[in-house]
Write a protein that binds this ligand. Structure first.
Ligand SMILES: *Cc1c(COP(=O)(O)O)cnc(C)c1O
Length: 366
């Protein structure tokens, strides 16, 4: 393996394991595996090819769906934000994409083009973002005509908080709406994201839409790793220098860290231009040869520094140029780093930039 640059190693077996966890938790539901944003930074084509058991895939952009089709994905692909102009509608037809309908303009677009796409009708039950109100949904269905109606979709606003009462209210709203309708297809419901799948026993709905959990990370605000999930990404970079810093000398931009004694510093070739955010606090753990060392000084564009002190491990002396440091992965949960950065795992995983090598391992099919 080229050791000279930041690399995200993606374990497809871990993703399949996590997918199976979703299936086990929602045995009565079909699974739309959400692979938007390049599968949260994991490489959407490779991930989708590995998930042969997925009943459908969900993406945010038409371009994402087109890439999946061009890499040979045959399962249904759903555009979670639907189509917003005639060109997108045309692509949806050509590539046989499911669309979500969430506003009247989209409904109009479909009507004027005479297009009959398979459509989910999105209902806003409390997210306050996309979707028709519960009250207007019956007239939407009437206008759509029930041909091609895949079902009703809603999105949970607060599934990351296990104690929130919002989730229960949202489920009640969509369920009672579905019960009040007498339109073929309207009884098919798609509700739960990862938070819903993980927090609810027997998550409601005929379809679940897990995203983050497939990649092994927790959607919950407490940022506790979930033991039954396997981290799919190991984000690492090489040590490119090991240096001695004298007592009183500083490291990095702004000199925010000063050595209180003679110290050894490893410089690692990863920075915010790779997706290791500048907001990550000093003291955040970085794993080198299995030992956690603290980040010192500011994260720069292409580099970070860690302190190799033998108070952390006797192995500190043996760290050398070329060793691979882990920024997050198996033994260093992305949740923990998200906490140090004041963010959530979603942004870290999606934020790994294009200059980082992605290497996939595990069976790509199967
Ligand atoms: C992103 C997304 C999901 C997946 O959410 P996770 O929290 O990552 O599981 C599900 N449904 C919709 C509509 C989405 O946009």
């Amino acid at each position: 393996m080229s050791n000279s640059q930041a690399t995200a190693i993606i374990d497809l077996d871990a993703i399949r394991h996590n997918f199976d966890q979703a299936k086990q938790r929602a045995p009565a539901s079909k699974v739309m595996a959400v692979v938007k944003a390049d599968a949260y930074g994991h490489g959407a084509s490779k991930v989708a090819q590995a998930l042969v058991g997925a009943d459908a895939f969900g993406v945010a952009r038409v371009s994402e769906a087109v890439k999946l089709r061009e890499s040979g994905i045959g399962q249904p692909i759903c555009l979670l934000e639907g189509v917003n102009d005639p060109e997108e509608l045309n692509l949806a037809s050509v590539y046989e994409l499911q669309v979500v309908l969430h506003n009247w303009e989209q409904l109009e677009l479909l009507a004027t083009r005479g297009a009959r796409r398979h459509a989910w009708v999105k209902v806003d039950t409390g997210m306050g973002r996309l979707g028709f109100s519960v009250e207007e949904t019956p007239s939407v269905l009437q206008k759509l005509g029930h041909q091609g109606l895949l079902g009703l979709m809603t999105h949970l606003a607060d599934a990351g908080d296990k104690r929130s009462t919002t989730t229960g209210h949202q489920i009640a709203r969509i369920t009672s709406l579905a019960n009040s309708l007498d339109v073929p297809g309207s009884e098919v419901l798609s509700i739960a994201n990862s938070g819903g799948v993980l927090a609810l026993h027997n998550p409601p709905g005929d379809w679940v839409r897990p995203g983050l959990m497939l990649y092994g990370a927790s959607p919950f605000d407490d940022l506790d790793p979930i033991p039954s999930l396997h981290a799919a990404m190991s984000f690492g970079a090489p040590v490119i220098a090991v240096r001695t810093i004298r007592q009183g000398e500083s490291v990095g931009y702004g000199g925010i860290w000063t050595a209180d004694k003679d110290s050894t510093i490893a410089v690692i070739a990863v920075g915010y231009a790779d997706g290791y955010p500048r907001e990550i606090a000093q003291g955040a753990p970085v794993l080198v040869n299995g030992v956690r060392y603290p980040l010192v000084g500011r994260v720069s564009m292409d580099m970070i520094c860690v302190q190799l002190d033998d108070s952390y491990s006797k192995k500190a002396h043996s760290v050398k140029v070329g060793d691979r440091a882990i920024l997050w992965g198996d033994d260093l949960p992305v949740e923990e780093i998200a906490d140090k950065a004041g963010t959530i795992p979603y942004t870290l995983l999606c934020g790994v930039t294009a200059r980082v090598n992605r290497r996939h391992r595990g069976n790509s099919r199967g």
